[in-house]
Design a binder for this molecule. Sequence first.
Ligand SMILES: Cc1cc2nc3c(=O)[nH]c(=O)nc-3n(C[C@H](O)[C@H](O)[C@H](O)COP(=O)(O)OP(=O)(O)OC[C@H]3O[C@@H](n4cnc5c(N)ncnc54)[C@H](O)[C@@H]3O)c2cc1C
Ligand code: FES
Ligand code: FES
Length: 481
Amino acid sequence: MKQGPPLQESDISISCVVNDSLVQVDQVDVNTSVLYFLRDHLNLRGTKEGCGSGDCGACTVILSDLEGDDPSYYAINSCIAPAGVLNGKQVISVEGLAIGETLHPVQQAMVDCHGSQCGFCTPGFVMALVDHSLKPDVSSQCGYADVVSAISGNLCRCTGYRPIVKAGMDACARANPKQFVPTDDVRAGLLSGLKEERGEQNYLAPDTELELAQALANPLPGRSRLLLAGGTDAWLEVTQNLRSFDQVIDLSKIKSLTQIDESHGRLAIGSATTQTQLLEYFDQDPSACAHISAFLHRFGSKQVRNRATLGGNLCSASPVGDWSPLLLALDAELVAASLKGRRTISIRDFFTGYRKTCLGADEYLASIEFELPADWRAVQVHKVTKRFEDDISSVFLALNLHLDGLKISGLRIALGGMAETPIRFFELEDFLQGQRIESLDWAGVKNLIRSSLSPISDVRASSEYRSAMVYQLIRTTLLNE
Ligand SMILES: Cc1cc2nc3c(=O)[nH]c(=O)nc-3n(C[C@H](O)[C@H](O)[C@H](O)COP(=O)(O)OP(=O)(O)OC[C@H]3O[C@@H](n4cnc5c(N)ncnc54)[C@H](O)[C@@H]3O)c2cc1C
Ligand code: FES
Ligand code: FES
């Protein structure tokens, strides 16, 4: 073990590669975010804090898991990621872009295109564009829409986006994708540093489900803990100083929880599968899965999608979580696991109240499974938000429709944003069952929505607006308007 000052109750040590250098730091409080690890512990203050809640992208950095000789890179919001995730990884911050006096092509293009005024958002935009420049197929993705999508998780309040987009279009294909690959010496140093890590109990990152189950079954007496997947929900509370924990259990390293398996007409998705992985899966057949793929492109931003998991989306049990209505419409089954074994729960029984699930304290969600639709086009989703990209739904409708000619022969309707939990709309399903599309009783539909639903009113939308949207969305979907 490495010698050093005694660790505090909630301290961890971190061994990672920062830009091109090996970094080993002790005495990092487990509640520290990547952002404040860079700024306070390493004095790298180029990465900015704007919102502190994953919304503005000012804190964007790029991570690599350093797997293989040709590691891949992904952007994250450093404000909502715990510093503990950096162990064994490489993080690239804006300080690591220039080589000597020569700016990175994206930085130079931002200067040439006048892409910065006050400059506060600029490191975040630059990092989002550099991340785009590191994609293997970037040379065919430098068009206007590609660059707009690459920066859709970043906000600027003063320059305006046109010069930033122009900078991205000019520069993305000119970057050297190999620039950030660490030397063999740095990698070897990282591996030996990881062996000497201290404070592992405070930031547990198990490699197997058994280790995870053991950790959950044996809480440290008198110490608070957080089970963490991507942290895009849970870490918000920490970063906004609402809560702090003595121990974090990070399940993102467990390979069996990040698999997507298709067999015997069923899809089984590991709970730690990220939205980016899901997008890649559904993008394999964009024509058949167009609705799902389009919805996933609107899930948070790419920084959020790179961390946000499917399991985290369900277990946070938010009434406005997008996957819950979709999985209700697919009548999914959830597999929960603990040292005692595994049990299967219908998604209809999973949510027990506002932000509550039926999982026990020693249980974790292992996988999400459902019968693959014969045709994904039967499954329609509608996400209603104030802003098109990177916004939480005020209403989410998922509809799984089967027609016999023009007669409705099977229907599941599920809604988010309408109650304390995501809901199946059984009353309307029963009402519409057997009706013919061309002669639907629309007045009856409206009455049923009014009498059966009492939607929440909050900052996103009023109760009346939500009801009106449900009617309109159902009409639009069934009439294919
Ligand atoms: C800027 C921003 C935009 C967002 N946009 C969207 C959006 O468009 N749509 C949407 O639905 N959500 C959105 N979210 C919310 C959030 O990103 C999602 O809910 C995400 O899927 C949560 O996953 P996570 O892996 O980050 O969960 P975490 O934050 O790690 O965990 C959330 C909760 O689930 C628990 N948990 C996680 N995994 C498991 C498991 N396997 N077993 C048991 N418990 C578990 C954790 O203990 C915690 O209580 C957004 C968030 C931000 C910050
Ligand atoms: S500071 Fe705004 S996304 Fe992190
Ligand atoms: S340059 Fe000022 S916020 Fe973007």
